[in-house]
Design a binder for this molecule. Structure first.
Ligand code: G3I
Length: 345
């Protein structure tokens, strides 16, 4: 079934990756060859976030996003815009906005300008990102606090007008978990009941080799698709490191930064963990294949372990191994496990 992920899974769903600046500027030939060979969908990891693309009230910075979109067009990739409305990585001027009207104007101008520039070129947008708390209630973000939950409806309505061809997604993490999933279902139902266009839901998929959530993931695929939504896994990675937040009473502080137990695989990853990562990816993809008719895309949150955000979160400067390609851009056992899932058919 071909010698790359995208060809092995071409009958099933898109296989995407998140691009950093070094990829967009084609600074590393080996990385770019790999991206073009393995993936048929791209998401910008950071450069389209409002802080970077819209640094001042009336100044936009499109140089990297133009290159990102050209990269996708040139290589016939499915292009994802990430993200229009998000409480995080906002430009500093937004935090100084005091009235609801001015915030609404910022949000709408931003959507019109950024989405409008790439209308007909970007295939799908994460319109609203991470609007929910873990218990399924609305996150008390600047948008919610000033505009109430109707900012979500306004954002989707406007997005549908600005680029009627683009697919519109709600994107969030942990929405496979029951309480937060319930919140996501309610949020999306409200849009649907108001006749607002929404094509899909993005389950981010920042999980761990120890996550035990296959049933939650399967229930989510079924429940979201029953609502007429496409399901995408938009930011998949699997941490292999201990999470200090899993330890009772722990918090992220100096103690953990210096605790060798928190960064156990500094020099290399033992075979046992390499295998655990491969098994976990394989279990997930078996489930994705079982529901391939409901799944539009699986995007990994990064290309290789060196550039993963998980080296720096939630504790800085760790050595993590969450992706399919190692620090030398060579395929790991996890990659082979996903290829062999298709070969055995
Ligand atoms: O580019 C600057 C650099 O100039 C500066 O020296 C350095 C010092 O801190 O920061 C660099 O920016 C960092 C940026 O990543 C690029 O590396 C930011 O501090 C850092 O906050 C930012 O982190 C990103 C994070 O979103 C921000 O919230 C991660 O790379 C990115 O992977 C992560 O992605 C998010 C998704 O967008 C939404 N879902 C969750 C996911 C993981 O948090």
């Amino acid at each position: 079934q071909g010698n790359s992920l995208k060809s092995a899974y071409q009958e099933d769903f898109l296989i995407g990756t998140a691009l950093g600046t070094e990829h967009i500027l084609e600074r590393n030939e080996k990385a770019n060859q790999l991206i073009k060979k393995e993936f048929n969908a791209i998401t910008p990891e950071n450069i389209m976030k409002s802080q970077l693309i819209h640094p001042e009230v009336d100044r936009y910075n499109f140089s990297l996003s133009d290159k990102f979109v050209d990269y996708g067009l040139k290589n016939q990739m499915y292009i994802v815009g990430h993200t229009l409305v998000w409480h995080s990585q906002l430009p500093s001027f937004v935090h100084k906005i005091s009235s609801a009207d001015s915030l609404r104007i910022f949000m709408k101008e931003h959507i019109k300008t950024v989405m409008g520039r790439y209308a007909g070129k970007i295939n799908s947008w994460d319109v609203v990102n991470e609007a929910l708390n873990e218990d399924g209630t609305y996150r008390k973000s600047i948008f919610f606090n000033k505009l109430g939950d109707s900012y979500i409806k306004e954002a989707f309505e406007l997005a549908a007008q600005v680029d009627p061809k683009a697919e519109l997604y709600y994107n969030d993490y942990n929405i496979e978990q029951p309480a937060k999933r319930k919140g996501a279902i309610a949020l999306i139902k409200k849009l649907q009941e108001n006749g607002v266009k929404i094509n899909g839901v993005g389950i981010q998929g920042h999980w761990s080799i120890n996550s035990n959530n296959l049933k939650d993931i399967e229930d989510s695929i079924l429940e979201f698709s029953q609502m007429g939504l496409k399901v995408a896994f938009t930011e998949l990675d699997l941490t292999v490191l201990p999470n200090p937040w899993d330890l009772r009473g722990a918090d992220v502080n100096q103690r953990f930064k210096e605790d060798p137990k928190m960064n156990p695989y500094k020099d290399s990853l033992p075979d046992s963990v390499q295998n655990a990562l491969a098994n976990r990816y394989s279990e997930l993809f078996k489930l994705f294949l079982k529901h391939k008719d409901k799944i539009s895309r699986i995007t990994f949150w990064g290309v290789d372990d060196r550039h993963s955000w998980l080296n720096g979160f939630p504790i800085p400067n760790r050595t993590n191994y969450p992706l399919l390609f190692d620090r030398a851009l060579e395929p790991k056992k996890a990659y082979q496990s996903l290829m062999s899932l298709k070969e055995s058919k």
